[in-house]
Ligand binder design. Structure first.
Ligand code: FAQ
Length: 342
């Protein structure tokens, strides 16, 4: 919050006056910062969304990492490794941002591992061919950017700032996916068919990434009032479809929807019905890869325990050394002052 509202916060005495200061800050498009007063529901809804987002980034490493050892060239392998590392970094920024709300990373990971928190439905689908890496970059990162660019203007400062860097990196990811698919699409007939097959399989799950339709979205209305979300699920889904149609033409590929066509009156593309039964089933844990993803995540966490312990001991050792040398230099300067006075 700015100086004016921060002063008002300090002067405020009751929950109602704190609430009024918070509401005014949100209405004025000011950022809410970690030390500002905020309603408990705002805090818990942010933790819910940010945790789900962070979990998606680290679980999202799995489908693509599956192809690192089988990338068709050194160049493709280097690009894919960098992309998968970026996703780990995004998880790190988001867990750190969630920590500013008073929720530790251990607690969030525990909730992920025990199934009490979600990650994006999209990562429960398998990557069957190399073209899937391209389809993920183009469609999944493309959908993620469409959803996440407005989050750079989210009312909670640490989340909004994390999203600025994430979106820049996602934009690079999206282009590499497009370029990969273009190379396949313009390659041999088999390569073209592989690219088309990947797009056919990833199109509908990508549309589901935006969440349920607006009339079934439990959190949208409140999140938009708080300016956590700036647009509804359906608005963003429509924006993505409108962008993807032209890009598919550029790729020389088709989108697997016979009902997809431009609607002059609406100024948007109409598209066919989404299979929401499939979406809710995936959320319940019944997607093609739910079990594999969470088992692999738990195993990675257990196998990484020694790294976390080593990093913690290293930090403690350096902290102790720093405090020791600080107190030594303090006593030396006291001693020197004493001699000078004498
Ligand atoms: N999957 O009331 P709403 C990426 C849940 S990152 C699973 O509409 P909300 C980068 C929702 O949590 C992809 N669950 O919820 C990458 C809620 O359940 P809850 C992740 C979903 O929060 C690329 C319930 O349904 N991006 O791809 C999904 O207002 C390549 C009711 O829904 C983000 O997380 C879903 N698709 O809107 C990485 C962006 N949709 O919590 C690697 C930030 C809904 O009550 C490789 N998040 N649910 O138990 C958001 O923008 C929002 O949270 C939405 C959902 C839009 C996802």
């Amino acid at each position: 919050m700015t100086g004016v509202t921060a002063t008002a916060t300090a002067a405020a005495g009751t929950d109602a006056s704190y609430q009024a200061v918070f509401d005014a800050a949100v209405a004025a498009d000011e950022r809410i910062e970690p030390r500002d007063w905020m309603p408990e529901e705002y805090r818990s809804s942010l933790v819910r969304q940010m945790a789900q987002h962070a979990h998606s980034e680290i679980i999202g490493m799995q489908p693509e990492a599956n192809w690192i050892t089988r990338a068709p060239s050194l160049r493709r392998k280097a690009i894919l490794m960098a992309k998968v590392q970026d996703e780990a970094g995004h998880g790190l920024y988001l867990y750190s941002a969630a920590e500013t709300l008073g929720t530790g990373r251990d607690e969030l990971l525990d909730k992920l591992h025990s199934g009490r928190q979600k990650y994006s439905s999209i990562f429960n689908y398998p990557t069957l061919t190399w073209a899937d890496v391209g389809a993920i970059g183009w469609l999944v990162d493309g959908a993620a950017i469409t959803n996440q660019v407005p989050l750079c203007r989210c009312s909670y400062g640490p989340y909004a700032r994390a999203m600025v860097r994430i979106c820049k990196e996602e934009s690079f990811h999206q282009r590499q996916g497009y370029e990969l698919l273009l190379a396949l699409s313009q390659g041999t007939p088999d390569q073209h068919a592989m690219a088309q097959d990947a797009v056919n399989r990833w199109w509908w799950p990508s549309l589901m990434m935006f969440g349920p339709p607006d009339d079934e979205s439990a959190h949208s209305a409140q999140s938009m009032t708080w300016k956590i979300k700036r647009h509804s699920n359906d608005e963003l889904r429509q924006r993505f479809v409108d962008i993807a149609v032209g890009q598919a033409e550029g790729l020389g590929l088709t989108l697997p929807d016979p009902e997809l066509r431009w609607n002059e009156e609406r100024g948007h593309h109409d598209f066919g019905p989404i299979d929401w039964t499939e979406f809710w089933e995936v959320l319940k844990g019944n997607g093609p890869c739910n079990e594999q993803r969470i088992t692999q995540r738990r195993r990675a966490h257990e196998e990484g325990a020694w790294v976390r312990e080593a990093a913690a001991s290293y930090a403690t050792k350096h902290q102790t050394q720093r405090s020791r040398s600080q107190s030594q230099s303090q006593s030396q300067s006291q001693h020197a002052n004493g001699e000078a006075t004498a």
